[in-house]
Write a protein that binds this ligand. Structure first.
Ligand code: GAP
Length: 511
């Protein structure tokens, strides 16, 4: 745990030191759970967004993009259920005065049981070696069975109580399990209450005539209300998808863990409209497709797992999270939801407009079902950044800090470094930049000895360094150094563009 905390502190400090993430309005002491992306952060974020966008819109002939407004007609949120049901169950500790999400306290308790079970399994694996049958052990070892079944029971009871809106039972469960305030150990709890997460604002100049609006808490509704516009103007046939990225806002009460849970954040969502009855097939398809997209970034298969929901949102008939192993443990990175026809039907009812598709094969109209994939861009950023940040001990015993960002999303693709600041080397370096800058974000660096410059670029996450030296003057070659392997190769200047492309282009990563 201490290790995890140390690692997380390092991530936050490194993100600031290298211009990735700053606290919002820091000169005024910041604003809680709101962050700004610096010069490198803005690039990394944009590249992740583009990696997602192209994988959705360019790679699928039946998926198109949309850019809807943040402000929407207020009835949108009545229809979507957010006014009535977009709430979190909160509980306060009377002694510490700290506020927590009741469901998160219970989920953390359940996760501890899971960790205990996994520890037993790992110990047995070590003891029995190759002969170990993990599935059989997990199903028969009394301790593992006890931990896992208790975990399941706890989550089931919480799911059922929340479903029934029985908040007294949620509190009773917290008390029965002996869950204490994680910060102080106190078990002196208030009742559990529901709290709406939407931010309200006003449209209009005078107080009497102003309309109450909400800042959108998800981008998805912009897609639903434009379903027919896009379907008709794009002549889209079911199944088809609409993809969108953009800001969303939630008045998170327990906003913590850096950019993991923010009040203003960005989502990358895709709504896939399907024939009723086909939704489970597409739900499975998108679960697999989205996991493969994550895996393509090379952050390690062991860092992902699915979590199927026991407690379903008000709009879903099936839902799963792709969880990622963040510095503070496995947490939700992306949600995949089968949203049925809930949203389109609700918008039909509230707007009085038909939001249906005429199926030319069936020769009938129906309200499509929707499978949604929804990933937080900031959470993607944190997943990529925190996994990439590594302390490495080299063969000669020295150490380096290296940010092994997947090259496809790295903010700077290459640094061009003249070995010395004279003899015409800076001019050649500048010419190389002038040729490469049309295709790649490249930087120039001439300060300090070459070794220090390499280390600086390693810590900055730059996958390639290109060094111009005296041989370049005669043979038009440079040294290209790889951030991860630290290998250096002599290559012709004219081949640089191809070599960088092969390392950073989306084609090589997504394929
Ligand atoms: N349209 C469905 C929807 O909004 P969600 O599970 O509430 O579903 C989807 O959110 C994703 O948005 C999450 O998996 C997470 O990555 C991201 N997200 C949600 N709340 C967030 C917050 N407060 N800060 C950062 N990212 C958040």
């Amino acid at each position: 745990m201490a290790n995890q905390e140390d690692k997380f502190k390092k991530v936050i400090a490194h993100a600031k030191e290298y211009g990735y993430i700053f606290g919002s309005s820091e000169i005024y002491d910041g604003l809680s759970a709101v962050y700004d992306y610096g010069q490198n952060g803005a690039e990394l974020k944009k590249n992740i967004r583009e990696y997602w966008w192209k994988s959705m819109v360019f790679m699928h002939q039946n998926i198109v993009g949309l850019d809807a407004s943040i402000f929407m007609h207020p009835t949108t949120w009545k229809a979507s259920g957010h006014v009535d049901a977009f709430t979190d169950p909160l509980i306060d500790n009377k002694d510490s005065k700290k506020r927590y999400r009741a469901d998160v306290l219970i989920e953390d308790y359940a996760e501890k049981l899971n960790i205990k079970a996994q520890k037993e399994i790992a110990k047995a694996k070590k003891r029995f070696g190759d002969a170990f049958d993990e599935a059989q052990f997990a199903a028969t070892n009394p301790r593992v069975v006890k931990y896992l079944s208790e975990r399941e029971e706890v989550l089931k009871r919480m799911g059922a109580s929340l479903e029934k809106e029985d908040l007294n039972d949620v509190k009773a469960l917290i008390e029965e399990l002996g869950i204490a305030d994680p910060d102080t150990g106190s078990k002196n709890w208030t009742d559990v209450r529901q709290f709406n997460l939407m931010f309200g604002t006003k449209l209009g100049a005078s107080a009497d005539t102003a309309t109450d609006l909400y800042l959108r808490p998800e981008t998805a509704q912009g897609i639903f209300v434009n379903f027919l516009n896009v379907q008709k103007t794009g002549r889209m046939k079911i199944p088809f998808g609409i993809a969108q990225t953009g800001k969303a806002f939630r008045n998170e009460i327990v906003a913590r863990q850096f950019i993991f849970r923010m009040r203003e954040f960005e989502q990358m969502e895709m709504q896939f409209f399907v024939k009723p009855g086909d939704e489970m097939k597409w739900y499975d398809y998108w679960k697999e497709t989205r996991l493969n997209w994550h895996l393509s970034l090379g952050l390690g298969e062991e860092n992902y797992r699915f979590h199927d929901h026991d407690k379903l949102a008000h709009y879903a008939n099936a839902a799963a999270d792709i969880e990622f192993n963040f510095p503070f443990g496995f947490k939700e990175l992306e949600g995949i939801h089968s949203r049925t026809d809930f949203d389109l039907k609700a918008h039909e009812e509230f707007s009085g407009r038909k939001l249906q598709f005429f199926d030319p094969e069936l020769k009938e109209s129906y309200t499509p079902y929707v499978v949604e994939t929804s990933v937080g861009l900031d959470r993607m950023f944190l997943a990529v950044f925190s996994t990439a940040l590594q302390d490495e001990t080299l063969e000669d015993g020295s150490t380096r800090v290296v940010l092994k960002l997947p090259a496809v999303v790295a903010p700077v693709k290459a640094a061009v470094l003249p070995l010395v600041k004279k003899d015409g080397l800076p001019e050649i370096a500048q010419q190389i930049i002038d040729e490469l800058k049309w295709n790649f974000n490249v930087v120039y660096d001439e300060k300090d000895a070459i070794g220090r410059r390499y280390r600086r670029q390693d810590a900055n996450g730059t996958p390639l360094c290109i060094t111009v030296d005296h041989d370049t003057l005669t043979d038009q070659t440079v040294t290209i150094r790889d951030r991860d392997t630290m290998e250096q190769k002599r290559v012709a200047i004219k081949d640089l563009k191809t070599l960088i492309s092969e390392r950073v282009d989306m084609e090589y990563w997504l394929k």
